[in-house]
Ligand binder design. Structure first.
Ligand code: SF4
Length: 100
């Protein structure tokens, strides 16, 4: 017998965002404008991270972005590059585990 799939209201997936410290802030702090590079990008990401640092839903936010493979912006205090790195590490770990 197949297990019944539990249906969750979609709002549950997003509810944590009502407590987000970035709510109402300028999105330009979290998302890079076209052509942004080097120290400019680092400064903006540091500003975003400082907001995330004080956010009560930081872990949920980071896990959400990692689970969705969110390619853009700072989420949960993690930059795009940091999330890509974590995803690569996780994938490498899964690949290594299949060797047996
Ligand atoms: S962790 Fe950062 S990006 Fe995520 S909700 Fe909080 S302030 Fe916003």
């Amino acid at each position: 017998m197949r297990a019944k799939k539990r249906i969750r209201p979609l709002a549950d997936l997003w509810e944590w965002q009502t407590e987000a410290a970035c709510r109402g802030l300028d999105g330009a702090v979290f998302y890079s404008p076209a052509g942004e590079r080097g120290s400019e990008r680092i400064r903006r990401e540091d500003r975003a991270r400082s907001v995330c640092q004080a956010c009560t839903v930081r872990e949920k936010c980071a896990l959400f972005a990692l689970a969705l493979g969110e390619p853009y912006g700072v989420w949960g205090g993690l930059t795009e590059a940091e999330r890509r790195h974590i995803a690569r590490q996780a994938q490498a770990g899964q690949t290594a585990g299949r060797g047996r």
